[in-house]
Design a protein around this ligand. Structure first.
Ligand code: GAL
Length: 426
């Protein structure tokens, strides 16, 4: 057995102990009282599925008599899953637990009365002592905590293929936007597409725009966009959108047909230079057999060195969940050290827990864990921190419309973004 498999087996056995032997479990909250557990995510393929599989294995080790029903719906950032979820919640037919982002997205589900309060679970599991206090705030509404975070992802990462960079004469990661644009021109001169773009479903273009707003305006002005102190139609956004327009001009022309894993392949196959994407890209490539540091490498995205644009996936307990005991058992695995350390190394994210075993994580994730502690933390808009589902849907649609319009109407985009912000308040 490989060393990592031995570690995983040990971790799973420990999960079994943690969950079945947990002092806070009363007799009735053992998962065995429920025959099944239905989990709803958008982690349907590649590195995302590998991560979920890791946590499923942890759950099954602890709850062998409960069938794990995986109701994932493919489509990055939940573009397809969220609509199905909302209609199920409206019809009072919730899954037993669903994926929701920490921050305003979660807040939306809480305010519409869809989630159970998990504060007592936090107390019995001792999570308030091992999850960062700042993160807990993003899961708390009116003093009650409503979900269990499983990870921290980083949105502002630039990825490239070292061989392609060498071919283009690029010797260092671009630290500033000026460096970035200079390198895009070098890739172009070497016969490659400068920037890999994924336009299908809009969100990945909005993800790129979100980074560009942050990189161009700096973290204070960027955060001001979401508290009303920076205008969406003012000069800072206008300047950022000029940069966005310029970046898109170096993109692949077939972006509209590509999902993010397809765009990522343009980079790893040497056809395109850079990819701005969250760190789930690394897990995706590893699930394809590629090697970090050899086939692809990374840096904090240009203009945002020292900033960690974060997001966190969490799991909930919807009101009316049919398999309530199984859902509680699942949430205990989600919050446990062993569950998180089985999930995150495969998902390409870091554990939320301050006592995570970093020896299980690759060099990228170890660096991310170190930077998470010292960097300026700024939330991701496309992945739920800064705005609710209504804001996110309109934000992504605005970016998608701009791309399909040939990236020409900057004033129209600024107006659409202002309207997206307003939609989030409604
Ligand atoms: C995010 C999610 C990540 C990853 C990504 C791409 O919204 O938080 O875990 O799934 O979408 O699909």
């Amino acid at each position: 057995m490989r060393k990592s498999s031995v570690r995983l087996a040990a971790a799973l056995a420990a999960v079994a102990l943690v969950v079945t032997g947990c002092s806070s479990s009363s007799k009735t909250d053992s998962a065995a009282a429920d025959k099944q557990l239905e989990i709803f995510t958008w982690w349907a393929a590649g590195g995302e599925k590998a991560g979920l599989d890791g946590m499923q294995a942890a759950f099954e080790a602890a709850n062998p008599d409960t069938k794990f029903v995986n109701s994932s719906i493919a489509g990055g950032a939940g573009v397809n899953a969220k609509a199905v979820l909302v209609s199920r919640l409206e019809a009072n037919d919730p899954p037993d637990s669903f994926q929701a982002h920490a921050g305003m997205e979660l807040d939306g589900y809480v305010k519409s009365g869809k989630l159970e309060d998990l504060t007592s679970l936090y107390a019995s599991e001792g999570w308030d002592k091992v999850f960062p206090a700042d993160l807990l705030k993003t899961l708390t509404v009116d003093g009650k905590i409503y979900s269990v975070p499983v990870n921290i992802h980083r949105a502002n990462v630039i990825w490239w293929n070292p061989a392609a960079a060498t071919k283009a004469g690029i010797t260092a990661a671009p630290a500033t936007l000026d460096d970035f644009f200079a390198d895009l021109a070098k890739f172009k001169a070497a016969g490659m597409t400068g920037l890999a773009l994924a336009g299908k479903g809009d969100w990945a273009i909005a993800h790129l725009m979100d980074w560009m707003l942050l990189a161009s305006m700096g973290p204070d002005k960027f955060e001001g966009l979401f508290n009303g102190s920076t205008s969406w139609t003012g000069p800072e956004v206008a300047a950022a959108l000029v940069n966005f327009q310029k970046a898109l001009s170096y993109g692949n022309k077939d972006a509209g047909n590509l999902e993010w894993p397809d765009a990522g392949k343009l980079v790893t196959s040497g056809k395109a230079g850079f990819f701005i994407m969250g760190d789930w890209a690394s897990a995706q490539w590893q699930s394809d057999g590629l090697v970090l540091g050899t086939d692809y490498t990374w840096a904090p995205a240009p203009g945002t060195v020292g900033i960690y644009q974060w997001l966190s996936d969490s799991f909930t307990l919807p009101i009316g969940a049919k398999d309530h005991n199984a859902a509680l058992a699942w949430l205990k695995v989600c919050g446990s050290k062993e569950g998180q350390d089985a999930f995150n190394p495969k998902k390409g994210s870091i554990s939320v827990r301050t006592d995570s075993d970093l020896t299980l994580y690759d060099s990228y994730l170890q660096a991310a864990a170190a930077e998470w502690k010292v960097d300026r933390l700024v939330g991701s808009t496309v992945h739920g921190v800064n705005g609710n589902n209504a804001l996110m849907a309109a934000y992504s649609a605005a970016a998608g419309k701009y791309l399909s319009g040939g990236a020409k109407d900057n004033a129209g985009l600024a107006k659409d973004l202002a309207a997206a912000y307003e939609a989030g308040k409604a």
